[in-house]
Design a protein around this ligand. Sequence first.
Ligand code: 13P
Length: 242
Amino acid sequence: MKKLLVANWKMNKNGKECLEFIDSFKAKFSAKRDAWIAPQSVFVKLVINSGVPAGLQNCSEFIHGAYTGEVSARTFKEMDGHFVILGHSERRQYFQETSKNLNAKVKTALKEGLVVIYCIGETLAERESNQTLSIIGDQIHQGLNDLSEAHAENLVLAYEPVWAIGTGKTATPAQAQEVHAFIRAEMAKKFPSFGDKVRILYGGSVKPDNVEELLAQKDIDGGLVGGASLKASDFLALCGDK
Ligand code: 13P
């Protein structure tokens, strides 16, 4: 399977900047690697129209109704949306999301036919007290509890150590590989028919100058990228198109 690079633009870029990025990106993108983009939700249509697989950065656990401010996975799928990022550490940190309450969102989004990029990762304090693997295990088992195997095939996992996000500190390839191998083993136990083939992305200060050594690791299938996805030339470099 091709390596997958996902741009998480977070709450950045206005409409003009989205269009400029898409033009520059499409002019040089060779599709050697897969590339997906999650803009602010008000601009998803711009990405969908460009033909680049488009994603939300969050969605509701509900499908429709009186839920002011929420975005529906069904509506997004109907407009040809492709994926949703769920459980990003910024959502866990600032918006009280937990693996247990994310489980409902994961189920809804998968049921509606979206690919779910489920994010997990430990804090610095958890790493320093040797809890990394138990935290990751809990996040997997709570967030992905009770999914049907058929729906779960649309899962992608993203390992984003919280201490590496936006800090310029990247996990070393060996640190990332150790956790990715653990995630793959847990997924294989949980979903015996396909769990070992699930794409597992690394996120946290992925840049053009460290991407190749990360992607060279056996269990790193791509990257979920914040800062370095905001400039078309950097994102192209991550996609192997200089
Ligand atoms: P940075 O690439 O800016 O560290 O952000 C990573 C991230 O949070 C992607 O979801």
